[in-house]
Design a protein around this ligand. Structure first.
Ligand SMILES: [Zn+2]
Length: 216
């Protein structure tokens, strides 16, 4: 419900983020990989069923491949899935997204941002998206217990700037979800997740504060 609400708010205000969500391993029939319900897939299908949108792009930058989202949306041509993730990380058997980029262990800020900066225009070249769902998993961070990439705090902030500025400048509504992040240092982890909201707030229309929703 949090992601459905955030998606509707994004369509209305241009950008909105759910302070939860991004449970991208869940399938139609069962949960998987710490994920019970696939909020982005559900929200996508809700918006399509309502006729609110015709073309949906999913940009999944959690360090784990978005197998559940790819599986649920594979027969839905109005939704396009993109995942950039660690090649040697969960899930062992990936389910192909429309576009996948698998990164080697140890990929750091510069190489990561180069790949991302190159693919965003390609994702938008042939099609006009009505909304983008952005999974901003912070498990790409160097200190994450499950990630195997080595992004820094500055790298994470640059990533959010890159993604959010790209779609906002193109006038495409963006719905952000927090995705994964695994650390026993909870304040540090919360600060990493907060970067999404800090960057999103800077791109919200000055007349309309960034809309946030939370999911229980
Ligand atoms: Zn993850």
């Amino acid at each position: 419900a949090g992601t459905v609400l955030a998606a509707r708010l994004a369509l209305k205000h241009g950008i909105a983020c759910n302070a939860a969500g991004g449970s991208h391993h869940a399938r139609r029939a069962q949960g998987a990989g710490f994920c019970t319900f696939n909020d982005v897939a559900v929200a996508s299908l809700v918006l399509l069923a309502e006729g609110a949108v015709e073309n949906i792009l999913v940009v999944d930058l959690d360090v784990h491949q978005g197998d559940g989202t790819a599986d649920i949306l594979k027969d839905e041509p109005r939704a396009f899935t993109f995942s950039m993730h660690g090649e040697r990380n969960y899930p062992a058997r990936k389910i192909a997204s429309d576009v996948d980029i698998a990164l080697p262990d140890g990929t750091g800020d510069a190489a990561y941002l180069d790949r991302l900066g190159a693919i965003l225009p390609e994702l938008c070249a042939g099609r006009r998206w009505d909304i983008v769902f952005y999974n901003a998993g912070v498990d790409v961070h160097a200190e994450d217990r499950l990630g195997r990439l080595t992004l820094t705090d500055n790298g994470l902030r640059s990533r959010e700037e890159l993604v959010i500025s790209y779609f906002r400048k193109a006038g495409i509504p963006l719905c952000g979800v927090i995705g994964g992040g695994y650390s026993s240092d909870v304040p540090a982890l919360a600060a990493r997740h907060a970067i999404l909201f800090e960057v999103a707030a800077a791109y919200a229309d000055a007349r309309q504060a960034t809309s946030c929703s939370s999911q229980s």
